[in-house]
Write a protein that binds this ligand. Structure first.
Ligand code: HEM
Length: 517
């Protein structure tokens, strides 16, 4: 009897303790520390928590889902909630943000520069380059790389964009009309461009290796999604033991490709310096003034000589710049050209504007002329609103973090800034699914929240390559539009999106190019 009483008291104490504990931790979601509010208001009144698929909070909500289903589930949840919301996933609070005020708060918080844990899943490939690193390492590398994106240097790259765009167009100039798979051909154009501009290496005699590099990245992305969907694989040791074993092969090929590029550039750069030494004293400044183009990789090679970076550090940045610079821009160009085909009236406006400012032989195509193409810029912006190359970015807290909306996020909380949903949020965009480049005309942008449109993110960790990207996108648009009229093949409703590191789309996006007479 006494024993039963003791057991009962013990059980009651345990339940009471768990009840108290559950107020602070979401016990069944593997002890995820709960989000609180500053003034004691219910958390749900600021950010509701979405119900999970199992009793373990949201820990297994993505379990067993394919990439398309993951994308659809994330999208449906955002639409259903209609506001920023919370989830609790395997020991972590996750704040899904779809409103501009919170984007602004997070992106401007100097303490929130560490990327979310999903970025750990690409460490094996990108290592700790600019995109994935944090703290002092990120600060010093950002400082090192920022001058390489100076407008004077970017201006020189337009010649490469032009040559590569002409090469792209040349494939179809022999036919009155051609059906073109943008999904297949544009990534080759952007990889060639980034290798020649940022790395100073022409891919012409390495074309097959370039194709293989892109395929390998596709495989890595595939694995990234599988890992994201299975919280058991979030732990590196478990993933390395039980995850797919062929990943090492893809990684080796990717790293071998970038190492080969670094080695080639080292040779060329050394030769260029040697050649310059013989050509007079004013040739010493190898950076901006020269007729000779300056590759971003050269900055890193120079910095190595000053002891600011080592060989491994160079490779990290090369892998990062190649990945960040080819995939994102190719997505923007694919959807941009697709939209040109779908929206014929707007295509005509872009075409007229291009004819007004750009010579038929493209001889005057430079940064100055490109800056005059205002309507084309609105068109590209609208395309990137609906199809942002980076559909979400994330951060994590290091300590209790109070936000301006009154929420207090616990340490290690994950903040997912959902750019795709923000850009379609009816709070900021009337008829959000309609394609209207005119939204971006200055008179129509007045009064819109500055953080309602952030395809390149914002704040300290914004995209270092955004000006580069706009010049590249505008250049290929000019060349293609001047030479061809674009007709549609796929419609927006045909597009099947999937989750990935960047904006994934299962649909083979094609257009018809009709030669202009
Ligand atoms: C349409 C093209 C592009 C889009 C939409 C885009 C978008 C973004 C976004 C959203 C971020 C923030 C990522 C995060 O917070 O995790 C970012 C960062 C970055 N982007 Fe881009 N990007 C584009 C092109 C480029 C190009 C061409 C390059 C290089 C040549 C580049 C290099 C980088 C790097 C290195 C970072 C990390 C910056 C840092 O953390 O300091 N991007 N980009």
């Amino acid at each position: 009897m006494a024993l039963a009483l003791l057991l009962l008291i013990g059980l009651a104490t345990l339940i009471f303790w768990l009840y108290r504990l559950n107020k602070e931790y979401y016990v069944l979601a593997f002890f995820a520390k709960r989000v609180r509010t500053k003034d004691g208001r219910p958390v749900d009144s600021i950010a509701p928590t979405i119900k999970g698929r199992t009793i373990f909070g949201n820990s297994f909500d993505l379990f067993g889902l394919e990439d398309v289903e993951i994308f659809t589930q994330r999208h449906n949840r955002a639409v259903k909630m209609g506001c920023s919301f919370l989830e609790y996933v395997k020991g972590l609070a996750v704040y899904n943000v779809i409103d501009a005020d919170t984007f602004e708060t997070i992106l401007n918080n100097k303490d929130l520069i560490t990327k979310g844990i999903v970025y750990d899943f690409v460490h094996s490939v990108l290592r700790l380059g600019l995109l994935t690193s944090t703290g002092q390492k990120w600060h010093s590398n950002r400082k090192l790389l920022t001058p390489t994106f100076h407008f004077n240097i970017l201006g020189q790259f337009i010649e490469v964009f032009k040559a590569e765009s002409l090469k792209f167009a040349q494939q179809f100039e022999g036919n009155a009309e051609s059906t073109v798979s943008l999904t297949e051909l544009i990534p080759r154009f952007t990889l060639n461009s980034i290798c020649e501009t940022a790395m100073g290496i022409k891919l012409d005699d390495m074309a097959a290796k370039g194709d293989r590099y892109r395929e390998n990245f596709g495989m890595i992305e595939n694995r990234f999604i599988k890992r994201m969907g299975n919280p058991l694989f979030w732990n590196d040791t478990i993933y390395n033991l039980f995850g797919p074993s062929d990943e090492k092969i893809f990684l080796k090929e990717i790293h071998d490709f970038s190492s080969e590029i670094v080695a080639k550039r080292r040779e060329l750069f050394a030769q260029e310096i040697k050649d310059k030494k013989g050509s007079g004293p004013e040739e010493d400044d190898i950076y901006i003034k020269k007729k000779q183009r300056f590759a971003m990789l050269d900055t890193l090679i120079m910095a190595e000589k000053d002891g600011l970076i080592n060989h491994e550090g160079i490779c990290e940045q090369v892998d990062t710049l190649m990945f960040a610079g080819f995939d994102t821009t190719s997505i923007a160009i694919i959807f941009g050209l697709m939209n040109m085909g779908i929206y014929q009236d707007q295509q005509e406006l872009c075409y007229q504007e291009i004819c007004e400012h750009i010579a038929d032989d493209f001889s005057n195509l430079d940064a100055n002329q490109l800056s005059k193409l205002k309507y084309l810029e609105c068109f590209i912006k609208e395309s990137m609103r609906l199809y942002p190359s980076a559909p979400s970015v994330s951060r994590q807290t290091a300590k209790n973090t109070e936000l301006s909306n009154g929420l207090i996020l616990p340490p290690r909380a994950q903040i997912v800034l959902n750019i795709y949903e923000l850009h379609r949020n009816p709070k900021y965009w009337s008829s959000p699914l309609e394609f209207q480049p005119e939204r971006f005309l200055p008179e129509n942008s007045k009064g819109r929240h500055t953080y309602a449109y952030v395809p390149f993110s914002a704040g300290q960790r914004n995209c270092i390559g955004q000006k580069y990207a706009m010049l590249e996108i505008k250049t290929i648009m000019c060349v293609v539009l001047k030479k061809f009229r674009i007709l549609p093949i796929v419609k927006p409703q045909d597009l099947v999106f999937c989750s990935g590191i960047t904006m994934g789309c299962k649909t083979n996006v094609k257009v018809k190019l009709v030669k202009r007479s």
